[in-house]
Design a binder for this molecule. Sequence first.
Ligand code: PMP
Length: 285
Amino acid sequence: YDDRDGKIWMDGQFVDWRSAKVHVLTHAMHYASSVFEGERAYNGKIFKSREHSERLHFSANALDFSLPYSVDEIEAAKAAVLKENGLTDAYVRAFAWRGAGSDMGVASKNNPVRVAIAAWEWGNYYGDAKMKGAKLDIAKWKRPSPETIPSHAKAAGLYMICTMSKHAAEAKGCSDAMMFDYRGYVAEATGANIFFVKDGEVHTPKPDCFLNGLTRQTVIGMLKERGITVHERHIMPEELEGFEQCWLTGTAAEVTPVGQIGDYTFEVGALTRDISDSYEKLVRL
Ligand code: PMP
């Protein structure tokens, strides 16, 4: 991703894509003091743009730093990035981190907080899984307790176990991994939330130790509009066997049907198709 044409917004200015660099003694690179957003623009408009900008601020505050740009300034910058790069349908990555400066230890009060925004075209996150259902591995790593890490923030440090879990899954021919939490309950995938269907009702893990995704919240709203009961609750591993349908939600994943998790199989049923197709329409309204 480093060698291409285009412009990246860095600390209030556009820089050439290939020159968007930081110093190796950047605090974030050593201590994970970094937060980010993943957003998608459809027809030139970022879906839930403001909510994403607000979440970027929330995540930074959770890591004990503040962004030097207001939500309105981030909103304007994201729009400018799309325009500058001539993009209408794109993935937008806004991020902030503790930079390099006079501190080079765990503490970093004197280093500047840096902000950057990049955007690029990005198709389906799970390739053709939209049609036949993604195959998921079961991760060996567990999502940590909110007393261990600020688990509601979209912070880089939370993704260390996600990258390892995803690599292990790909080595087994799966496209992602489902993770349990520190108590053993079903949590989510490495970059998307998870839903199950049984007897016409929907069950999804209670987001008490992982990101309560914006797509997750949107999909719960869509289900409730249809009069479908949604149970947000703790889900035990042994329940996986009884679920009929399963899908993932996320900005990148959108609504992706799941066909298999470990040895458990699911059908890509009518409700999964309806929610997946309706989400695609909703984001383009
Ligand atoms: N969980 C994790 C770990 C994620 O990285 C994401 C993607 N941001 C999600 C859930 C889904 O969040 P959203 O729907 O807001 O993109």
